[in-house]
Ligand binder design. Structure first.
Ligand code: HEM
Length: 423
């Protein structure tokens, strides 16, 4: 048996492809367990994760994206470090992004986002999303061999968000290039790499679009964002509006790509499941929901304890990083019967925490669901068989799959499929 007692989740690449035994090791220590490095507590319990998401007074989101890397720019002292968190926020990577903000800054920024993903808007955009997916599928090689992540999932996620926002068609290749590479929260990345991601490079360009639309409004979402107001009626600065738009790429790109990849891998591996969903396409939403629980695309999210507290009886000192292992929480046997089995007939399919919970619940969840459902429906309709390319991943029983080298994401770096067109 592997000895995990000194494992450092932020540097150890051996957990990337297969984290499951490590999660069980942590669970054996309890639903909240101390890790040996960086003053981090790992949360694998569902109730405990819910309690932490709900307690925004004790837990700050300032480190939500990158956790304890790099070190905090101050030394936490005492039982209440909320003042220092607020003062040093601009120096913490992603601390000023909507996902990193706390009350009272968070609500107004989030309010700019929420009108963007209404059911009515997603419904209106559905034909355009379908056209994007159709075009990508139309470019699949005639041989039937597809590298699903690069040939479909990656460009789909970028093109759909550029379509939704109204990024000019001629600029889309720049976005495809910027978001088609790099790994968020990469294990072993330098501090500079953590802070310097495609969002920074694209920020200026997006600020330019917002400025143009303030001067000359158009019929698109960037205009809606450009002209939006905070709940108190004040106008967001150019930087604030651009930051929100830009963050959508960061939050919605790799997460959706990886969910698509995880879903296709399972469908290709489990022909029984594929046959079941093919026979009943109305079950695609249930498949997606159980996929989010079984192997969602967020490995973990973080919080910084800013006021010493207790969670379900476990004392937590201010200054401690909490690593909420969403993948493990979604397989907590105290919450989910037979948690390691994929069962799209289980009750309360939407109970999982793949999109987090509470004030920071994923703002783009309706879009992520729509993109994934649409893709599965189209692929199952267009291709009579979807199988794993054994020449690339090996035969059944001896498959090799590689996952993205990230401590926040869970998803394949490549997925080679064989697709046979339906007649
Ligand atoms: C399968 C795909 C996705 C997954 C698994 C996912 C997961 C998550 C999770 C777990 C959080 C909460 C993080 C925390 O509490 O620290 C979050 C927040 C967020 N997500 Fe997603 N996400 C996905 C797709 C998207 C998409 C498509 C968009 C938009 C284009 C998006 C936009 C956001 C935003 C803006 C936030 C921050 C919300 C806030 O802090 O108020 N996400 N997401």
């Amino acid at each position: 048996m592997t000895d995990f007692s000194q494992t450092d989740i932020y540097t150890d690449v051996s957990l990337v492809d297969d984290p499951w035994a490590y999660f069980e090791y942590l669970r054996d220590q309890g639903p909240i367990a101390r890790l040996p490095h960086r003053n981090v507590l790992a949360v694998t319990g569902f109730e405990e994760a819910l309690a932490i998401y709900a307690d925004t007074a004790s837990f700050s989101s300032v480190n939500a994206v990158t956790g304890p890397l790099p070190d905090l720019p101050f030394s936490p002292n005492g039982d209440d470090i909320a003042r220092a968190v607020a003062d040093y926020r601009p120096q913490i990577p992603f601390g000023l992004e909507v996902a990193g903000l706390d009350a009272p800054l968070h609500g107004p920024m989030r309010s700019l986002l929420m009108p963007l993903f209404t059911p009515a808007r997603l419904k209106a955009m559905a034909p355009k999303f379908r056209a994007v997916a159709d075009e990508l599928i139309g470019r699949f090689p005639a041989s039937g061999s597809v590298e699903f992540i690069g040939d479909y999932a990656n460009p789909l996620a970028t093109l759909i968000i550029t379509e939704l926002l109204g990024i000019p068609a001629e600029d889309r290749p720049i976005f495809l290039e910027a978001f088609g590479q790099g790994t968020p929260a990469e294990i072993g990345a330098s501090v500079a790499d953590i802070a310097n991601n495609p969002l920074v490079a694209m920020g200026m360009r997006i600020a330019g679009y917002i400025a143009e639309r303030r001067a000359e409004p158009r019929e698109d979402l960037l205009t809606q964002l450009a002209l939006s107001r905070f709940p108190d009626g004040s106008e967001p600065t150019l930087e604030e509006a651009a930051r929100v738009a830009c963050f959508l790429f960061g939050a919605g790109q790799d997460t959706t790509v990886k969910l698509l990849g995880n879903s296709l891998r399972l469908l290709a591996e489990r022909q029984d499941l594929q046959a079941k969903v093919r026979a009943e396409p109305t079950r695609v939403p249930d498949f997606v929901e159980e996929m989010l629980r079984y192997e969602g695309s967020i490995r973990a999210s973080h919080r910084l304890c800013q006021r010493s507290t207790e969670v379900c009886g476990y004392p937590i000192q201010a200054g401690t990083t909490v690593w909420i292992a969403n993948l493990a929480v979604n397989r907590d046997p105290r919450r989910f019967a037979d948690p390691n089995t994929f069962d799209m007939d289980r009750p309360k399919l939407r109970e999982h925490l793949a999109f987090g919970r509470g004030t920071h619940t994923c703002a783009g969840a309706p879009l992520a669901r729509a993109e994934t459902r649409l893709s599965l429906e189209l692929l199952l309709e267009r291709f009579a068989t979807i199988t794993v390319d054994e020449g690339r991943h090996g035969p059944e029983g001896a498959r090799v799959f590689h996952y993205e080298n990230s401590y926040v994401l869970r998803g394949l770096s490549e997925l080679h499929l064989r697709l046979e067109e339906a007649r």
